[in-house]
Design a protein around this ligand. Structure first.
Ligand code: F6R
Length: 241
């Protein structure tokens, strides 16, 4: 695991965007695994800038997102599909037919998960998986558990995750309590993984996940076993290492 220290969120975003654009340049038809949340917003802004400057071409790129809230439509401004459209896809020349997010409106959770695993399988492995790190060590919405879940599954979000997500919703009642998420196996099968983390609030979990024991109670700890992980974190997030 390689850990790169950035001065702050902006520098973290620059470094991460350069890493992703290098992947696209080297393999224009690559499959990117993408994340939502606060961590990648700056990275996506940098990628948009590079595209607008004519330095980046998304026309052959495919993307597979990590997760989606169960029950939210793509038009809901809190859905992850909406997030991806507004924060990246609408601003670059990616073919939206090649961008995948779990179907939050599929009521049959088994079908939603089966369909998403089929999409992942069809693409072979993900070339570069971008991850944020949850306050409780989750990656995607793989929450702390007794075992590592392999494939796409429907999760009951933990109180701490619901609390962390509440900042985006008008009231606590509106925060979805379930989500569909890619499993740990699919994440671990990505050829390369890029983790971005920022802020003092994540310093404790960064230390636990990347230097502590590998355990499903801290899902991100499994990344210690992946052969090609790069963590780009700001000074604050690395302050306890
Ligand atoms: C989002 C996702 C989550 C977030 C994590 C960190 O698609 O899968 O695992 O990456 O919750 O969220 P932020 O970046 O908002 O701190």
């Amino acid at each position: 695991m390689k850990i790169i220290q950035a001065e702050n969120y902006d520098q973290m975003s620059h470094i991460a965007a350069n890493y992703i654009s290098a992947q696209i340049t080297l393999k224009p038809d690559c499959v990117l695994g993408l994340a939502t949340g606060s961590s990648p917003v700056g990275t996506y802004q940098q990628l948009i800038r590079q595209y607008q400057a004519g330095d980046l071409d998304f026309s052959e790129v495919s993307s597979i997102n990590l997760d989606e809230y169960r029950g939210l439509s793509p038009e809901n401004d809190q859905s992850y599909r909406y997030f991806m459209d507004t924060n990246l896809f609408n601003h670059v020349n990616i073919d939206k037919n090649r961008t995948y997010v779990p179907d939050g409106l599929e009521p049959d959770s088994h079908k939603a998960c089966r369909d998403y695993d089929a999409i992942i399988r069809t693409h072979g492995s993900i070339d570069l998986q971008l991850l944020g790190l949850g306050n409780n060590g989750h990656i995607g919405f793989n929450e702390p558990a007794d075992t590592f879940a392999k494939g796409t599954h429907c999760v009951d979000l933990t109180p701490s995750t619901i609390q962390a997500n509440a900042r985006f919703f008008a009231s606590m009642d509106e925060v979805p309590k379930q989500a569909y998420t890619m499993g740990i196996q699919s994440i671990m099968q990505a050829k390369k993984i890029l983790v971005i983390v920022s802020g003092t609030a994540k310093a404790g979990i960064v230390k636990e996940a990347f230097t502590g024991p590998v355990t499903p109670q801290v899902p991100a700890s499994i990344l210690q076993l992946h052969p090609d992980v790069t963590v780009v974190a700001d000074k604050d997030a690395l302050s306890l290492l």
